[in-house]
Structures are given as C-alpha cells and as structure tokens.
Design a protein around this ligand. Structure first.
Ligand SMILES: NC(=O)c1ccc[n+]([C@@H]2O[C@H](COP(=O)([O-])OP(=O)(O)OC[C@H]3O[C@@H](n4cnc5c(N)ncnc54)[C@H](O)[C@@H]3O)[C@@H](O)[C@H]2O)c1
Length: 443
C-alpha cells in the first residue's frame, strides 16, 4: 500500500471519528472546528518572491510537519527560483507548478496555502481558498482595504478554517518573555503604546513604463487593481510604494510595530478617533505614493492611546532601535523592540527592572510562527494572529491611511465599523475591483 493510500485511509477514518466529536472551539469570535489531521500538512505556495525564501528556510526545519505540493506565481522565473531552492533544501520531488492559484485550491490533496503576493491579491485568494476548504497563512496585512478584514473573519468562521497573519512577532521568544512580565502587572496597566519604524529607505526616482519580462502574466499580476502599463517600480518588491498594490511603509514594516503596540495594549476593539499627518521631508522626488514622516494617533473608546511614527529617511530610531515600542503603564514603562530586546523601568523614579537584549537579539519568530500555523492546521486550533486579531492590526494601517488622505482627524464607530459624518473616508474603506479578479462571493 502506498504512503498516499495509507494516508488517505487514515485521514478518512480520522475524519469520520473526528466528525463524531466535531466540536467548535471559539477564540476571539473565530471558530475552528476540531478535526485533527494526523500527518504532514500539504502546502501550496502562492507568490514566490522575497518573503517566501525566508519561509522556506523555516519550513526546511519543519520537514517532519510539512511538504510543499504546489508552487504558484504569475512570473515563471520566480517559480523557477523557488523550485530550485525547495528541491535543494527539501531534497524532495519537485512540487507541481502553476501561474493560477485556482489550480492549487482545486487540488483536494492540498491542506493549506501560504499567500505571499502583493497586498491587493491577499483577500481575493484567501476567500477563494477558504471556500475551497483550505487553511490560510496570509502574509501581512491580510487586507488591502479595511472592508476585506470582516469578510476574511466571516469566511474563516463559515468554513471553519485556520487563519494566520504573517505577524511572526506574535510567536517570537522576546514577545513571549515580555508578555509574561506585562501580564504580571510589572508596569501596572498599560495606557499608552508607542510604535515606530525608522528603517532607512533611499530615494527611488520614478522610472519610465516598459514591457513586462517574458513569460509574466502581467494582467494577472495587476489582478483586481486598475489596468496600467507595466513599470519596473510597480512590480516585484517595489510595488509596496503604490496604493493600488501595497499600503506604503505603514502597511509594510509599520504593521509589525503597530501589531506589537496593539498586543502590548491588549486591545480588543477599534479606535474611535484617528489623527494622522505626514508629508515629504527628505525623500523628495521619491516615486512612492506615501509620506516619509507619517505620524498617527489612535484613541480607543476607553481613552487608551496608540501613537505611531514613521521616519524612513533616518536610521535614528527611538531608544536605539530602528523598530520598536514603548508601553507606558500606571506603574512604569517597558521599551520593547521586535529586534529581540526589552527593558523595564518601574516606579516614580524609573528604577531599572528586568531587561533582555543579548540572548534573543535577532530572533524574529518566523520559524516559530510557521510552526504554530502547521500545528494549528493539524490540531484544528486557533492561532495567535488569527483573522480577528489580524483585522484589528490591519485596521490601524487602513484607518491611519484614510485619516491621512482625508481630513487628518476622523471619528470612527467601532460597532458599525464606519466613519462618523465623513463620506469621503467611508468611501476609502473599500475599493473598486477590476473584473474578472473581484472578491469571490462567500456569503
Ligand atoms: N512577515 C514579514 O516580515 C514580511 C517581510 C516581507 C514581506 N512580507 C509580505 O509578504 C508579501 C510578499 O512580499 P514580497 O516582499 O515577497 O513581494 P515580492 O514582490 O518579492 O513577491 C511577490 C510575488 O507574488 C507574485 N504574484 C503576484 N500576483 C500573484 C498572483 N495573483 N498569483 C501568484 N503569484 C502572484 C509576484 O510575481 C511575486 O513573485 C507581502 O504581503 C509583504 O507585505 C512580509
């Protein structure tokens, strides 16, 4: 009997057994049905660019828990590179390949997909994959516009799917250690969280339009975004500077620090007021459609504040970190960085408390985060960056961007998830999708 036949029978038996015990666990409103999968998770990879190379490194360490069944990219050169990497690292048969994600999600032998495309493709692919019964690891941010978040939450619930956003800091060792201290009340109640990103970016001058590289399905790369001629800047890696495909720095690196700020504050709602400003200071002539000094303040219904600052023209971040947070509590504060460090200061004099900075430096959590996802797929458990958690962090990106693009200060109703008395802001909660690449109807 082949391994596959064995596996299928085993799966069938365990599915039948598990159905008897079918139970829905709920965490943060997202339901995951308990139907334990006993074997390796068979993955389909959608988007074979920069971040997937990092993920593959993490997956190599989890060879016992995952196999890669499919590779998908609209650019065959990207699939070629990833294929060479995977066959070398996994020393396994080459995965199947396609330029169309529909082929992967139609394959009943795929358990889960990793979606690592530019942001404008995340929700259409994730919704279609969940409707086809696949669990989804969606790179951050799960949504390109605000209104895609609730759709992903609803689909996860409806189809009983595991969702993990690529916010690996949720599973990093430094987060774990700092989280235990915050939970113990070491700095009292956290009332204000600050988040910053000051990773230096150089000026990218606009380039003339051209023709896509041979073999690229550029219409599909554009997908739901408006039809435009090919431009080397609106393509691999640099698409993040353009609003049709990415979310600027706030949705690129900023979301990691915003997510950690939301985690430190322990928020479980949306903000009620958002104030944003920004402009061009030093990156004049940059092709980016985003400011280089964005500053956003979010006020929550109970008065807690989250303050975000972005300075991509300087390497001088705060407290010695290019990316980081400060959590201000009623009894002290904690400086925290996703670079793997924290320091606690307590009491009225700011007496130094526990600190972490050497052992965990550089431990970003990629491998642990992927391991949590694989485990969740097998055990049918929720993840730390599940759809609802992810939506609250993505919301900070979208609400900040909308406040910046409209009145600078906007009021938001966390219950209805709409802006109050600001039609132009409400229009930006969604976008137009170019057919035939619109959102699948999963209602
Ligand atoms: N978690 C992290 O720390 C981290 C770091 C970097 C990037 N990211 C995220 O990963 C995602 C990808 O970023 P990247 O830097 O790898 O971008 P990239 O441009 O290097 O790669 C994206 C790939 O997706 C492909 N693609 C585009 N549309 C597709 C479609 N419809 N079907 C299949 N393939 C398609 C592109 O051809 C390209 O190869 C983004 O969401 C980004 O924010 C996360």
């Amino acid at each position: 009997m082949s391994h596959d036949t064995n596996r299928r029978e085993f799966l069938q038996q365990s599915t039948e057994t598990a159905t008897l015990f079918a139970a829905a666990t709920a965490l943060g409103g997202v339901q995951v049905f308990a139907q334990v999968k006993p074997d390796k998770v068979r993955l389909g990879i959608i988007g074979c660019g920069g971040i997937m190379t990092t993920h593959v490194k993490g997956l190599v360490d989890r060879k016992d828990a995952a196999s890669i069944a499919w590779l998908c990219d609209v650019d065959p050169a990207q699939t070629d590179k990833m294929n060479a990497h995977i066959t070398r690292e996994f020393q396994a048969a080459a995965p199947k390949r396609s330029g169309k994600y529909e082929d992967l999600i139609a394959d009943k032998d795929v358990d889960a997909v990793i979606i690592a495309t530019p942001h404008h493709w995340h929700a259409p692919i994730a919704l279609a994959a969940m409707a086809a019964g696949k669990d989804v690891y969606i790179e951050k941010p799960i949504s390109h516009v605000y209104n895609e978040g609730p759709l992903i939450i609803a689909a996860a619930k409806k189809y009983g799917r595991v969702v993990q956003q690529g916010s690996q800091m949720r599973n990093s060792p430094v987060t774990d250690k700092a989280g235990k201290l915050l939970k113990s009340g070491i700095i009292g109640q956290v009332k204000v969280a600050r988040a910053w990103t000051a990773e230096t970016r150089s000026v990218a001058k606009p380039k003339p339009d051209g023709t896509p590289p041979a073999g690229v399905d550029y219409d599909r790369w554009l997908g739901p975004a408006p039809k435009r001629p090919f431009n080397p800047y609106r393509f691999h890696a640099t698409w993040r500077m353009f609003a049709d495909y990415g979310n600027g720095e706030i949705g690129d690196d900023g979301i990691h620090d915003l997510d950690m700020a939301a985690w430190g504050l322990g928020i479980d709602t949306m903000p009620k007021q958002i104030t944003a400003r920004g402009g061009r200071m030093l990156l004049d002539g940059h092709a980016s459609e985003y400011p280089d000094n964005m500053n956003v303040t979010y006020e929550y219904p109970d008065g807690r504040l989250l303050i975000y600052e972005n300075y991509p023209f300087t390497a001088y971040g705060l407290h010695g970190f290019d990316n980081g947070n400060v959590f201000y509590g009623t009894d002290g504060y904690m400086i925290f960085s996703r670079r793997g460090a924290f320091s606690v200061f307590q009491g009225p004099k700011g007496t130094p408390g526990p600190t972490e900075g050497k052992e965990l430096r550089g431990k970003t959590g990629y491998a642990e985060h992927m391991a949590e996802f694989l485990n969740a797929v097998r055990k049918r458990t929720p993840t730390k960056a599940s759809a609802d958690v992810a939506h609250r962090s993505c919301a900070l990106v979208h609400l900040g961007e909308i406040a910046f693009r409209t009145r600078g200060r906007v009021n938001f109703d966390p219950k209805t998830e709409k802006f109050i008395d600001c039609d132009e802001a409400n229009l930006l909660l969604t976008k137009k999708y170019r057919e035939p690449y619109g959102l699948p109807d999963v209602s």
